[in-house]
Design a protein around this ligand. Sequence first.
Ligand SMILES: Nc1nc2c(ncn2[C@@H]2O[C@H](COP(=O)(O)OP(=O)(O)O)[C@@H](O)[C@H]2O)c(=O)[nH]1
Ligand SMILES: [Mg+2]
Length: 434
Amino acid sequence: MQNISDTIIACSSPLGRGAISLVRISGPDLTFLSQKLKIKNLVNKKAIVKEIQLKHDFKEKCVLTFFKSPNSFTGEDVLEVSCHGNPLIVEFIIDFFVDLGCRRAGPGEFSLRGFINGKLSYLEAEAIDDLINSENELQLNASARSLAGEFEKKVDSLIDELLKLRVYLESNIDFSDEEIIKDFKRFKKNLNDFSIKINDFIRDSDASRYLIEGAKVVITGPPNVGKSTLMNILCNKNASIVSEISGTTRDIVQRSVKIDNVSFLLHDTAGITKISKDPIEKEGVFLAQELLSNCDLIIEVVDVFSRDYSCDYDKPVIRLENKSDLSDDLNKKKINTSFLKNTGIEELKAKMIEKLNLPNSLGQITFSARSRHTKLLKMAEEELSEALKLDSEDSLELIADNLRYASNLLGEIKSPYTSDELLGEIFSSFCIGK
Ligand SMILES: Nc1nc2c(ncn2[C@@H]2O[C@H](COP(=O)(O)OP(=O)(O)O)[C@@H](O)[C@H]2O)c(=O)[nH]1
Ligand SMILES: [Mg+2]
């Protein structure tokens, strides 16, 4: 159960030295603090200077700014205490207020309270988190536009449109027992149009997710073909151990790289081998399999000695044949590389970008999206394609079920919680003081 009845405190500026640090306090009623601080009353949106007696004869002149509930970030009474930017002073101030009855806030607790009190939507909270973590102008722009509601507006319009389709369908089931929808064909066409819209939105959201989180890439293939060498080439540093000994990469090595301004989260794996008896290597193979079903792009590396190796994947895949320096006979169906001689790398990089299916310009990305959103969108889309497969006119109830599930999934993008604990868990990925 989330405790929102007490008063919480945390430093909301980055910890470290600087001109000013800011400590934030939030609670249902902060009048008790004005008494303890010997201030007549705290006035909404008014800043006052107050010398506070802290530990060990140490006094600090602070600027106190008060925001009266509900006109604050959390929707509660909020007091912001600005002090000199020194972590020791910040600690003294927090200790001082803890002695007065405040509790140290956990990660994301201020945002959580703002969410519970209807001050910000869950999508806004995520957008603020993205904004804070933006590392370039494109990310900043995208998250600022999400914060302004661009992404939420699009989700809302999908939810509305789906609701209309459901109302139409369900009223036809409910009100005419035996009678089937008269214009089933038109309904199916509308459903199909809607499914195209969702797919377009998934594509745009994926592009945005690659911008914000990076595209998840898995390097796989048989042992000893050069997977770890490729990882190191793409990272420009030694991230993975390269060795002639087969089965050297057991754990999954993960590195983030930028190619043409797009972030890729590369995962070097043990690949998928059936023959391994080594339990540690087996575990590596298991982890690789899990990653394969949960990534955006697969790079399958084989070498000129393992041409017969081939796996089926249900994700976009780039197939490489490495060690071309050791053979004159090139494979025309694959990208031929020699990591030793550094050939084929540029072709591979271009293919990696191409496979992501990004819009022509990354500047066209108008919102920030996360894997949480795209996962739900894809699940909703699966429900729609199931519904679209049902052609017989007497499967209306099954179609209605699919659309209801799709509706719930889209709704979950906006309100992702099912329980108090889960809600707390989601916000706990934010930083302390937020
Ligand atoms: N001749 C040749 N050897 C390579 C090439 N790429 C990698 N190797 C070698 O192949 C061996 C296995 O490489 P590694 O990256 O550890 O393979 P992994 O098991 O697939 O990760 C090492 O000795 C590498 O130096 C290449 O293009 N040509
Ligand atoms: Mg390796």
